[in-house]
Design a protein around this ligand. Structure first.
Ligand code: AMP
Length: 303
């Protein structure tokens, strides 16, 4: 097993200008682990309630994801998130966050998963993220994500997480909120001073910015004609990125750039349908073809 993903498994109620879906499978760990499963061996650590449907558990298994860490909390209900997007699909408006079983999530890593080399702490309570960090033995890299909800409600724990990870992936609004800086490069410098060696800022349809103390790298997002639901774009980016990194087993600047492009590729599929409608049924050649299209999109020679 190469990559462990800790995060939320959710039922989402989502409205976009193109439709509405009720209680569909979502959650940060769901999108992330399915995206990563196209590249490497993945295990998931998350909690669900008694209402979690058998067919939804099967989705993880169909993708070969190790679900020994997908625990059912007796008597509880699965985390539920309700969100809405206007025509600016870059910004999700949270209408409701019912933490349910996620409120009492005390992640317990099975012994067999404690030596996993790549650890991704997807968006979940920073207290749960810390608990997992403490249970892992010498991971090669720890990366994490978070969101406005936790920046507002758990800032102190989040700062502790930042001091213990190498890589942070957040979106642009969150980078500004966390750092209290409007300019993204300044925001990145400030966040890097709190611990992470690398920051990846997700900018929705504008792409991604990677900042380290001595390098900046930027890519666009893949331009699509039809986008239905951006929910999970950040998580599927993270899954493609971490999955590719784990399989290349290198943290060189070139491998990181390559992994960022794979993150973009996976996120581009995710937004083409609700839930796992598109992301869940990819073939290797779909990924390869879009990767090549992405290369052409960003290539230029000497004039
Ligand atoms: P994103 O990739 O940022 O679009 O993430 C969307 C996913 O985040 C949705 O499927 C939600 O279920 C999940 N989510 C929303 N709020 C939270 C929260 N406070 N903690 C953990 N996961 C959340």
């Amino acid at each position: 097993m190469k990559l462990l993903i800790v995060g939320s498994v959710a039922y989402d109620t989502v409205k976009t200008p193109f439709g509405r879906r009720e209680r569909i499978l979502g959650g940060s760990a769901t999108y992330c682990s399915v995206a990563a499963s196209y590249f490497t061996d993945v295990a998931v650590l998350a909690v669900v309630g008694e209402d979690f449907r058998e067919e939804d558990r099967a989705v993880f298994e169909e993708h070969g994801i190790d679900t020994r860490g997908l625990r059912m909390h007796p008597g509880g209900k699965t985390f539920h998130w309700q969100g809405e997007y206007g025509y600016d699909l870059n910004e999700a408006h949270t209408l409701k966050t019912d933490l349910n079983v996620l409120g009492a999530f005390e992640p317990e890593l099975p012994e067999s998963l404690r030596d996993i080399p790549y650890l991704f702490l997807a968006n979940v309570d920073p207290r749960s993220q810390l608990r997992v960090i403490e249970q892992c033995r010498k991971p090669k890299i720890i990366a994490a994500d978070t969101m406005n909800f936790w920046i507002d409600n758990r800032r102190k724990d989040l700062m502790e997480v930042l001091s213990r990870i190498q890589l942070l992936l957040i979106n642009e609004g969150e980078a500004r909120q966390l750092s209290q800086e409007f300019n993204l490069v300044r925001a990145a410098r400030k966040i890097l001073s709190w611990g992470p060696k690398m920051l990846i800022i997700k900018r929705g349809e504008y792409g991604v910015l990677k900042v380290t103390p001595n390098d900046i790298f930027a890519t666009p997002a893949y331009p699509l004609e039809s986008v239905f639901d951006p929910t999970g774009a950040g998580d599927s980016f993270a899954g493609g990125f971490m999955g590719h990194l784990a399989v290349s087993d290198s943290l060189s600047a070139d491998h990181i750039r390559h992994a960022i492009v794979m993150g973009n590729v996976l996120a581009s599929f995710n937004v083409e349908d609700f839930s796992l409608g598109r992301l869940g049924s990819l073939k290797k050649e779909d990924i390869e073809n879009r990767y090549q299209a992405f290369r052409r999109l960003t290539q230029f020679g000497e004039a």
